[in-house]
Design a protein around this ligand. Structure first.
Ligand code: CP
Length: 304
């Protein structure tokens, strides 16, 4: 039976911990001068991206190459998708070429779940619409664990465009399973109905969400998913909801600043906060390669 990573909603706390422990070892490889292991020798990894990406796509490709896999990328522009080929036909074509792991990003929530039963390759969700981005949350949790030593009992504030964010959903599933207390904050127009049912505290402002937080995680304003203006301007957004030095003082003195990237500088976070000593945004990127190595390695060995 093949195994996939479609979301963190489906994983247990023990499975998440197993991935994080494996990723911690993989991070040593990423930081070492010799980044070549035999973990995926003879395997083929294809990334299929229908939406733009820098971090996720490149880190999956590098992770596959570091583990000696054959790695190839395909995107919607420049492929036969642009000629009208359907998602299912495209995936079945990639599968027929001997692909072992199919990593996919798609604007439609549930797209990887749709493909999973149709292909023999293990499917890894690299972001589906507004649903989940499981490897992002895993890399966030790895980064938190490495800097704080644990996740249980930490107060995590996730602030910004909660409505459109797949990152926030995966983080809520993962962090609450590992015992963190999660708050979300942002404009009421960017807060989905019923999010409190996922076990988080909800605020229509940033200040209350980040009081005494151990982790302050900004979310990108996803203008590409907004059909109508949900806030007056990015300048006003920063004034009322952006994280600057003053707002950050509401969090614990040793609070970490995180962001999944790409960051809109001066919109979600001030430049001084992004580049400040509490920021671990660059380390999140390194964790991303390690987590993707761990996920693909474990999938190739029968799952989590
Ligand atoms: N965080 C994230 O998914 O970034 P990319 O869109 O650059 O992959």
């Amino acid at each position: 039976m093949k195994h996939d990573l479609l979301g963190l909603k489906e994983l247990s706390a023990d499975q998440i911990k197993h991935i994080l422990d494996t990723a911690a070892s993989m991070k040593e490889v990423v930081k070492s001068p010799n980044k070549k292991t035999p973990h995926l020798q003879g395997k083929t990894v294809v990334t299929l991206f229908y939406e733009n990406s820098t971090r996720t796509r490149l880190s999956f490709e590098l992770a596959a190459k570091y583990m000696s896999a054959n790695a190839a990328n395909i995107s919607s522009s420049g492929s036969s998708v642009a000629k009208g080929e359907t998602l299912i036909d495209t995936a079945e074509t990639i599968n027929a070429m001997g692909t072992d792991i199919l990593v996919m990003r798609h604007g439609m929530s549930g797209a990887p779940h749709l493909l999973s039963p149709l292909v023999s390759a293990a499917v890894v969700n690299a972001g589906d619409g507004m649903n989940e981005h499981p490897t992002q949350a895993l890399l966030d949790m790895l980064t938190i664990k490495e800097h704080k030593g644990h996740i249980e009992g930490l107060k995590v504030a996730i602030v910004g465009d909660v409505y459109h964010s797949r990152v926030v959903r995966s983080n809520i599933y993962g962090l609450t399973k590992l015992g963190a207390e999660v708050s979300v904050g942002g404009p009421a127009t960017l807060m989905p109905m019923g999010i409190e049912e996922l076990g988080v505290k909800v605020f229509d402002n940033v200040q209350e969400a980040i009081v005494d937080a151990d982790i302050v995680m900004g979310l990108r304003i996803q203008l590409e998913r907004q059909k109508k203006g949900l806030f007056p301007s990015t300048r006003e957004y920063f004034r009322f909801f952006g994280i600057d030095e003053q707002r950050l003082r509401l969090a614990k003195p040793d609070a970490l600043v995180m962001h999944p990237g790409p960051v809109n500088r001066g919109v979600e976070l001030s430049t001084s906060v992004i580049d400040g000593e509490r920021s671990v945004i660059t380390d999140q990127v390194t964790s991303g390669v390690a987590v993707r190595m761990a996920v693909m390695y474990l999938l190739s060995r029968g799952g989590f």
